[in-house]
Design a protein around this ligand. Sequence first.
Ligand code: SF4
Length: 374
Amino acid sequence: MNPGFLYIHIPFCIKKCIYCDFLSVTYDESYAKEYVDALCRELALKKKSAGVLKTIYIGGGTPSVLPEESFKQLFRSIRNNFEFSSETEITVEANPGTINESKINTLLSVGINRISIGVQSFNDNELKTLGRIHSSDEAVKAIKMIKKAGLNNFSIDLMYGIPGQAMNSWKDTLSRAVGFSPKHISSYELTPEKETPLYGMIDSIKMPDEELVLEMYSHAIDYLASEGYEHYEISNFALHGFRCIHNMNYWNRGEYIGAGAGAHSFINGVRSKNTGDIKKYIETVNSGTIPEIESMSLTRTDEIKEFIFLGLRKTEGINITKAKEFGLNIPDSCKELIDEGYIEVSGDYLRLTRKGIVISNTVIVRIFDGLGLE
Ligand code: SF4
């Protein structure tokens, strides 16, 4: 059975950003070509005939680093092995430093109808701090090219909490992003993840203090709402009708097929993962085997925890009737958090309040504790 959602991972970037813990290595043309060949073989191994795909999401890494011919090859393979239509949401992630008019036209010609562009900031100093390969001007040029090519369904990724970032600079970045009328904006807090260069630098660089970071987040929520963007998930904002369908499926615990090194799949209640070793990935697929290294059937407790922490990422919250199917006595078990104003009941949903959303991780841990979930 085809779950209707396909994720494809492209693990190459021009250069690693200092905060990045995604699976990606430095782009090399011939290695990337070998990889795309293998990817097409994996798609053939995972061929599914039942039903039209609702979404295809090509993420990374930097998918837009691939040459135009690789996109053509990839989409030939997707067409040969899956079914999709003009209604299918087909997203590609793009870095402003890796696209030009010709590539954008090729992306559109193969069927891509949504581009998520990683701008992060319109301040050159902040972009340098992050180790991004592009300038603010290049980001502006890339967005203009996308619009000129006739694609209005694009999303801009932004980041706050950058070392040295002042509130005014964040306000400027947000308003410049809105000025391009994107259908969707993602706004992520910069968090120093272990194993990243940024993590090793936290003693020597000054991270913005927690209060300022919370103010930045609050400003994004208020400002984007005033510009007509619905805050539909902790880090995501969209104009009406333009939520990311692919990501909504993750938060709704929907099933999906993943292809590529390190890609995850969720099918028939089993979460599985491909090897993240790119060389091994290519070798395994080329020998005709699906390159899976982990596969886990979810226990009831796993399902309940996912239901809560993924569900509460959405601002509509979790469905109380559905929670009952899991045997959860919600909202009674969360009374204390409700009294303290961190969560609230709205119709048949339990959701984070504005006070709760800014400390969502803490609130979720307390919900788990209240339900006796470890
Ligand atoms: S471009 Fe994206 S995936 Fe690549 S290193 Fe930077 S943050 Fe990571």
